[in-house]
Write a protein that binds this ligand. Structure first.
Ligand code: ASP
Length: 356
């Protein structure tokens, strides 16, 4: 069972937390702010072992370039979808190819997309055969009467929509693949490590700490209209059928032109219980908090105090952005592009340099 690890409140501090807090205090970047049209993240926590940092930097750059191109010719919704698709296609991030494994050795993916003008959203959860779950989420939003479809029902809906459509671009964009497409050695190795740890503990508890690597997300704005997208394989060793915060509207993904668009990463159960995406927007809309203060309060203070590592990116209709990850998370891949196309990227605990 999941146990809350409250740090500053009444819960006991565990020895590991002390190390985390000390390391985190050194590495913590605070809330990073600026102006941009598109911001992306490649998840909190470490990189896959042995994979050069350059791979992550390159993934971020390609996602920002694709999103920026889409933004020029289309909407903020097009931009977040395009950016996330690039990261889903890269095996180094925990989304699409490269998704982590469930305890049972499957890849079950979650994704959501939302636009802030009409507050329309679409999401898929626990899907196993959709190459780009974020585009499936957009199809749910645009072609179904629902917001969230899960598992086999989501896959059947996508297959039916594709077979009934004469749109060749759509067929190119949304593809069904064999589940083996998502298998990658690094993620399989991570699961083996978890199995070993569990065997030595004698129980199957998912403690969450550092079991989530590289969820991806994007937020964008165009003409005052914001959008958000998030895609993930969830947490290594999760039980089959577990759904995290990413496809839950208001938790890991949220957009409202009256406040901001948010994409989160971290220990999903806490993000659901704290309704993090909506909480950030509500602090701005009703509490008149600044974007920076809103992210700081929930990510750096409340989730941190609950013992939940995580981070979020957010953007307002005016193009102010904020990026935060707490001391327990310690690091997050992230980047942004300004209106004139200048890109800035930071990997892990690096500070975001000024745009190039
Ligand atoms: N939030 C994701 C989940 O819990 C994991 C992550 O962000 O890395 O499913």
């Amino acid at each position: 069972m999941r146990q809350k690890r409250r740090i500053n409140g009444s819960w006991l501090l565990q020895p590991g937390d002390v190390i985390f807090l000390l390391a985190g205090a050194l590495a913590h970047a605070g809330v990073e702010t600026g102006h941009a049209v598109l911001v992306v993240h490649g998840g909190e926590a470490d990189m896959l072992s042995g994979v050069p940092a350059e791979r992550y930097r390159e993934g971020m750059r390609r996602a920002l370039e694709a999103g920026y191109r889409a933004l020029k010719h289309g909407s903020s919704l097009d931009a977040v979808e395009a950016a996330v698709r690039v990261l889903e296609d890269s095996e180094w991030f925990n989304a699409g190819r490269g998704a982590v494994f469930t305890h049972e050795g499957r890849n079950e993916m979650d994704a959501a997309i939302m636009e802030g003008t009409h507050k329309h959203a679409g999401a898929v959860a626990s899907v196993t055969t959709i190459k780009n779950p974020i585009s499936a989420a957009r199809l749910v939003m645009e072609k179904s009467p629902h917001v969230l479809l899960a598992g086999i029902g989501a896959e059947q809906f996508i297959a039916r929509t594709l077979s009934e459509s004469s749109d060749t671009d759509l067929r190119k964009k949304v593809k069904l693949v064999d589940p083996h497409y998502f298998w990658t050695e690094g993620r399989w190795e991570e699961l083996q490590q978890e199995w070993k740890k569990q065997a030595s503990k004698g129980h199957a508890a998912l403690d969450g700490k550092k079991h989530h690597l590289g969820t991806v997300g994007a937020v964008a704005v165009k003409d005052g209209k914001v959008a958000a997208a998030t895609s993930t394989g969830g947490m290594t060793n999760k039980l089959s059928g577990r759904i995290g915060d990413s496809p839950i509207i208001g938790a890991g993904t949220y957009a409202d032109d009256k406040a901001c668009a948010v994409s989160a990463t971290g220990w999903g159960e806490y993000f659901i219980e704290n309704v993090v995406g909506h909480d950030i927007a509500a602090r701005i809309q009703y509490g008149h908090a600044s974007l920076e203060k809103a992210l700081d309060s929930i990510i750096d203070i409340e989730l941190q105090n609950d013992g939940a590592e995580g981070g979020a990116i957010a953007i307002t209709p005016k193009g102010e952005f904020a990026i935060a990850f707490n001391r327990l998370a310690q690091q997050m891949s992230r980047g942004y592009v300004t209106a004139d196309g200048k890109i800035s990227i930071a990997i892990t605990e690096e500070k975001l340099p000024p745009p190039k």
